[in-house]
Design a protein around this ligand. Structure first.
Ligand code: NAD
Length: 259
């Protein structure tokens, strides 16, 4: 049964048109929320919007072409969301990349942009400045809790996201933002990031065989990560959590992937 708590709530999801972000959008819609889908991939965004319009009705979603590296585009996306769907209650900071060769880009999208989107979201949601409060969920990773050896910079960004989430949760409690902050920490999930991982390890590509051993044991479906999102959204006691989402084979992941 749908969670009534999410009925007509307004959610912003970044990196929403495929992979984990798409599964997040779908579980939000199935539970009665309205969703703004933010992504740089316009072609995929437009076709996803068509699919979702048929399933849920055109007024339930909005596709917004938005690069989370651009403050201006994020501000415009929040304004358009508020105008078309209503005041924002939920933000899922999910857009992310894995590229150890283009490591500065990885830091920019995975960490700097999470801070940027969060601070703009606060301007809309913070009870201290007239907002209604809400929930902000950041897609970190198991690599935010244990090192993924072949990906030191990706690991650093995800540790950063977990740290930022916990500090913001504490801040929110201390200052009365009325916003809960939580992080999702999935193991390997079947998405494009995982499909292309071995081309993006840069100077650490010699570790790909070791990583593959763990991938071969089993990966999560995006819908399983979305179930974790639902738990963090609907359980009011969760603030400052880093929720681990793993399939049974991943519970035994140790060296050399995670140590
Ligand atoms: P994905 O590549 O399928 O999806 C990422 C989405 O983000 C894409 O739609 C892409 O267009 C979008 N995006 C990338 N850069 C953007 C930008 N600058 N602005 C706006 N949108 C942008 O990958 P995914 O696996 O679904 O990744 C989603 C999140 O999950 C990422 O933060 C990733 O680090 C995290 N994660 C993935 C795994 C995994 O094994 N796949 C595991 C743990 C965490």
């Amino acid at each position: 049964p749908p969670h009534m708590a999410l009925q007509d709530q307004v959610a912003v999801v970044t990196g929403a048109v495929q992979g984990i972000g798409r599964a997040m959008a779908e579980i939000l819609l199935r539970n009665g929320a309205k969703v703004a889908l933010l992504d740089v991939n316009e072609a995929a965004g437009k076709s996803l919007k068509e699919v979702l319009d048929k399933q849920h009705g055109p007024e339930r979603t909005l596709f917004l072409s938005c690069d989370v590296e651009s403050e201006e585009q994020i501000r415009a996306a929040f304004q358009r969301t508020a105008g078309a769907l209503g005041a924002v209650d939920i933000v899922c900071n999910n857009a992310g990349v894995l590229n150890e060769a283009e490591w500065e880009k990885t830091i920019s999208v995975n960490l700097v942009a999470v801070v940027r989107v969060t601070y703009i979201a606060l301007e809309h949601m913070n009870k201290m400045s007239g907002g209604r409060g809400g929930v902000i969920i950041n897609t970190a990773s198991m690599a935010g809790l244990f090192p993924l050896l072949s990906c030191p910079v990706y690991t650093a960004t995800k540790y950063g996201v977990v740290g930022f989430t916990r500090a913001m949760a504490a801040n929110s409690t201390a200052l009365g933002f009325g916003i809960r902050f939580n992080a999702l920490c999935p193991g390997f999930v079947q998405t494009d990031i995982l499909d292309n991982i071995y081309e993006r390890l840069g100077q650490f590509s010699q570790l790909s065989a070791e990583t593959q051993v763990f991938v071969d044991k089993g990966v999560l479906k995006t819908s399983e990560v979305a179930e974790g999102l639902l738990e963090l959204l609907t359980n009011d006691t969760k603030n400052g959590e880093a929720l681990q989402v793993m399939c049974s084979s991943q519970k035994y992941m140790k060296f050399p992937v995670f140590t």
